[in-house]
Design a protein around this ligand. Structure first.
Ligand SMILES: [Zn+2]
Length: 371
């Protein structure tokens, strides 16, 4: 006995004899959680070492694991191994010339707008003074990334008059605008071939690089220009191409390629689908960076494999909703068993009976209202 506490002697080799306070199971979870918070969220191993130095209890590592797993701060900082990410393509457009992607290439203090048609990969480029767009096509959808220059254009009345809609991809998707990224990469390759010395681009260089890019033969043996104009670029004869067959073939080849692409990027198995319901707090695997912990999100709606979440910062719930796939997020599981405490189970029983009464009352109320 020491200060009215039960103690046990601990004799480790090459260490001083220590007196450990015996902690009963009923207070262990509370003690471990208090220490976890007091010591500023140590890792499981660190907390285990602290507890082993001062206390003696049964199932101590299990209690530490529970305290760490149910902590929101630790969940937002958790380091997780890379794992297989399922890839998918959106529905293909019905026609050629109605779906475009756009991005701005910033290079040597010049801004170049790169616009690509998604089926034929026909690319147009031009210099711009600011990140502002002006398209002169009708009924087209232009996919862009959420860059500050593109965001205000979603509600642009001038673009609406021209039947042009700006679509910002899923913000929380890292591969938000893959066609535009590929277009920029190809265009930069052409620029490197054309202009080797470090100087600002001229209009001529831009035109030559774009023309070269459009005349490169692609997977199906035709160039973007030939697919766009349906004419042989050398002889100017008409090329018999069916747009719908081209769109279908492209979509099929993309879907076929996803499996190989997933495995080449990560051979680990995919992440489990979390059991998420509306109102849960979730974190996104991809959110963590070197300088920032993960943000917390509240699940607002569920739709098949999709989940609509809103950011919860402090006491505020942000208005903008993000669409993410379920395997991209995880939630903190409450591992403390509620039924362990006999008093809490009694409370639960009381609550249940209250709920039944309440439900009964509700039913009666509804009946009164209806009749
Ligand atoms: Zn913690």
């Amino acid at each position: 006995m020491l200060h009215q506490l039960l103690v046990v002697r601990r004799c480790d080799p090459l260490a001083l004899t220590n007196k450990l306070i015996i902690v009963s199971r009923s207070v262990l979870d509370g003690l471990v959680t208090a220490l976890h918070i007091k010591l500023d969220h140590p890792s499981k191993h660190q907390l285990n070492l602290v507890l082993k130095r001062l206390f003696y209890a049964l199932d101590m590592p299990k209690a530490v694991e529970q305290a760490s797993d149910s902590c929101h701060t630790c969940a937002s900082l958790k380091r997780l191994p890379k794992s297989l990410v399922k890839q998918s393509s959106e529905d293909q457009p019905d026609l050629v010339g109605i779906s475009y992607v756009a991005d701005v290439l910033k290079r040597k203090r010049q801004l170049t707008l790169v616009v690509r048609e998604t089926v034929t990969s026909y690319t147009s480029t031009c210099f711009i003074q600011e990140e502002r767009l002006a398209f002169k096509r009708s009924s087209v959808v232009v996919r862009v990334d959420p860059a500050p220059g593109f965001r205000p254009l979603c509600d642009d009345s001038f673009l609406k008059q021209l039947n042009i809609s700006i679509e910002i991809g899923r913000v929380k998707n890292r591969n938000i605008n893959p066609v535009a990224d590929k277009a920029i990469a190809e265009f930069e390759d052409e620029l490197l071939r054309e202009e080797r010395h470090q100087s600002p681009l001229s209009e001529n260089t831009l035109v030559i690089a774009t023309t070269r890019l459009n005349s490169r033969l692609r997977q199906i043996g035709l160039s973007s220009r030939e697919l766009w104009t349906q004419r042989n670029q050398f002889t100017h004869e008409q090329v018999p191409i069916s747009d719908i067959n081209l769109i279908r073939a492209q979509h099929e080849s993309r879907n076929k390629n996803h499996g190989f692409s997933e495995i080449s990027k990560c051979s680990r198995p995919g992440r489990p689908i979390p059991d998420v319901s509306i109102g849960d707090m979730v974190y996104l695997y991809a959110d963590r960076s070197k300088t920032q912990s993960r943000d917390r999100y509240l699940v607002g709606a569920l739709d098949g494999e999709w989940c609509f979440i809103k950011k919860n910062s402090g006491n505020q719930l942000r208005a903008s909703s993000y669409k993410v796939k379920l395997p991209e997020c995880y939630k903190v599981i409450n591992t403390i068993n509620f039924h362990q405490n006999p008093r809490s189970s009694q409370n639960e029983y009381d609550q249940e009976s209250d709920c039944d009464d309440y439900a009964e009352c509700c039913k009666r109320n509804i009946t009164v209202h209806v009749w």
